[in-house]
Ligand binder design. Structure first.
Ligand code: PHE
Length: 380
């Protein structure tokens, strides 16, 4: 800013002539009016209201005027600057409104356009089913337990009271990963344990008993392997869910009550199970468990007018095996059979999926075609 202009300087006063101030104002107004967008307006703003703009410079010159001229010049410049600022603000509002309207149009989303055409995946119904069954037991206080799929032969067979020459070792049609002993035993010495792909989830029973102190309440969903060819009713890889309860004073009644609770939770309040004698080396007594056919509730039996496809009019659907844990298994796994007893059961998830959802071909379950999985819901 110039120092007060005590000695009158006609050159500086030139800048404060009313016509000059008007010209500056009009140029500013014209520049704002001509600005077609906010960027140009910003440039015009700097040029016409900034520190180096003609009006700012003129304003500074007021201080250099002789005292009697200051008031008039101050009014003149002040009015011009006021008009310029007002015009600037008005143009700013106008241009912002224009920009907002344009952005709204440009960025409008057409909600009627088809959305993502990439097909979504879906959870496999086997997974959903296993979780659903496991949830029934978790809600009763059971823990989920897991074990390896490549399993020591000892856990898969020996700990479960399959003697080395037990025919079940062949009957189960086992995938042997490493040398075995016993009846197959050409490779093994007889003392060491071979390695197999587990043929059932029951080895997790042995692992759970060795890992934990009783009482033990576990449920184990998992993959198991048998040397079957893949066809409509067989698959070499399938899923089982195993349950084991070890406590003082457990009886067959507890087993039966637990099974009944499970089928009621999964299939409806009026469901029940029945037990038929069977044999498993690791349970004694052992039973085959059937559940009432949840479709005909047994009413198709002896009733040719009402045949039932789900149970082939037998009234019952076979579910799996169960029994009281053999005391020899308890002993092998470090549990005192004098003090504790337990029950166990295991069944196949594929089979349950087949009859629960009328899946007729097992191959549909392993092929991974999303057209099979999607109708079960749970898209991801
Ligand atoms: N593991 C047996 C099978 O695969 C089923 C079973 C589990 C039987 C638990 C009794 C107790 O057939």
């Amino acid at each position: 800013m110039s120092a007060p202009n005590k000695s009158y300087d006609p050159v500086e006063v030139e800048a404060l002539k009313p016509e000059e101030i008007e010209r500056m104002r009009d140029e500013a107004l014209a520049a704002f009016a001509a600005a077609g967008d906010l960027d140009t307006l910003q440039e015009a703003k700097v040029a016409h209201t900034g520190g180096a703009s003609p009006l700012a410079l003129a304003n500074r010159e007021i201080g250099a005027l002789p005292p009697h001229a200051k008031a008039a010049a101050g009014k003149l410049v002040g009015q011009a600057r006021g008009a310029v600022n007002k015009a600037l603000a008005a143009r700013q509002v106008e241009l912002e409104a224009e920009r907002d309207a344009r952005v709204l149009v440009e960025e409008a989303v057409d909600v009627t356009l088809p959305h993502d055409r990439v097909p979504a995946g879906a959870r496999h119904p086997l997974t959903t089913m296993m979780e659903r069954v496991a949830d029934v037991f978790v809600s009763m206080g059971y823990e989920i337990a897991e074990g390896p799929e490549v399993e020591a032969e000892w856990f898969n067979f020996d700990a479960l009271n399959f003697t080395p020459d037990h025919p079940a070792r062949q009957m189960q049609d086992t995938f042997f990963v490493q040398g075995a002993k016993g009846a197959r035993g050409a490779e093994g010495s007889g003392d060491e344990s071979g390695v197999v792909l587990r043929t059932h989830t029951s080895p997790v029973q042995a692992r759970a008993m060795l890992d934990r102190e009783p009482p033990v309440y576990i449920v184990c969903p998992g993959r198991v392997y048998r040397t079957d060819e893949l066809d409509a009713t067989h698959t070499p890889v399938f899923h089982q869910i195993e349950l084991l309860a070890i406590d003082e004073g457990l009886t067959m009644a507890d087993l039966k009550g637990t099974l009944d609770h499970m089928v009621r939770s999964l299939f409806g309040a009026d469901m029940k199970t029945r037990l038929r004698p069977n044999f498993f080396p690791f349970t004694e007594p052992s039973a085959e468990m059937d559940m009432l056919c949840y479709v005909c509730k047994g009413e198709s039996v002896g009733n040719p007018d009402r045949p039932c496809r789900t149970c082939s009019s037998e009234g019952w659907i076979e579910l799996g095996g169960c029994g009281m844990v053999n005391p020899r298994v308890l002993t092998a796994c470090g549990v005192d059979p004098q003090k504790y007893s337990g029950f166990a059961f295991g069944f196949g998830i594929e089979r349950m999926l087949m009859f629960r959802h009328n899946v007729e071909d097992m191959r549909d379950m392993v092929e991974g075609d999303v057209r099979f999985t999607r109708p079960f819901g749970m898209e991801i």
